[in-house]
Design a protein. Structure first.
Length: 199
């Protein structure tokens, strides 16, 4: 027998496997993975619930902001302004009245006045110490008209009460610039309460 006549032994075919039984129907409450990944409606949440959730969060933020908003500690107004030139400086006496609208006492931390002239320039000055008020009023009698007690730092105003007082400040402006002013206001700072602006 020649080499060409050699036959390769035949490999018998693999035995046929029995057909797999069909998958049982899913139990109620369970969904097969193939169905869950089949369509987008199963993986993307609906827009309406998302919009409702965003609206509820927005309402919550607004309510929290409203409840925690800064409440005024006092209300008040400037009742009288007098000025007199002293060299290159204008001395100004400001009378004011304000009411403590909180449930606790107000403790004055600082008192400052701000002047804005017609040309938009702003000048600030802190109130003169209360111990110097008598000296200013004796030296400048034009400021003593309708004299009232001075407001001073560290003064305490009881809840629900009113306080009237005066301060004296100095600005480096001429009388004509002061008379033509755009604004004049007093900024009062309090310990443990928001400050206020009196105009």
């Amino acid at each position: 027998m020649s080499e060409n006549d050699k036959t390769v032994p035949l490999i018998p075919p693999a035995p046929q496997m029995p057909a797999a039984p069909s998958a049982p129907a899913p139990a109620s409450g369970r969904m097969p993975m193939s169905e869950e990944m089949d369509r987008a409606k199963w993986t993307m949440p609906a827009a309406v619930p998302i919009m409702i959730a965003i609206a509820l969060v927005g309402i919550g933020v607004l309510v929290t902001g409203y409840v925690n908003r800064s409440k005024p500690s006092a209300t008040g107004k400037v009742t009288k302004v007098m000025s007199v030139a002293q060299g290159d400086t204008l001395m100004v006496a400001i009378h004011m009245r304000f009411d403590n609208v909180t449930d606790s006492r107000l403790w004055i931390k600082s008192i400052q006045a701000e002047l804005e002239t017609a040309d938009g320039k702003k000048y600030e000055d802190s109130a003169a110490p209360a111990v110097d008020i008598d000296r200013y009023l004796n030296g400048l009698p034009a400021l003593a008209e309708g004299r009232i007690d001075p407001l001073k730092e560290e003064m305490k105003i009881m809840p629900g009460s009113s306080q009237a007082g005066m301060i004296i400040v100095a600005f480096p402006v001429k009388q004509a610039d002061f008379d033509g002013r755009k604004s004049l206001h007093v900024r009062m700072g309090f310990y443990d309460h928001p400050g206020m602006i009196i105009q």
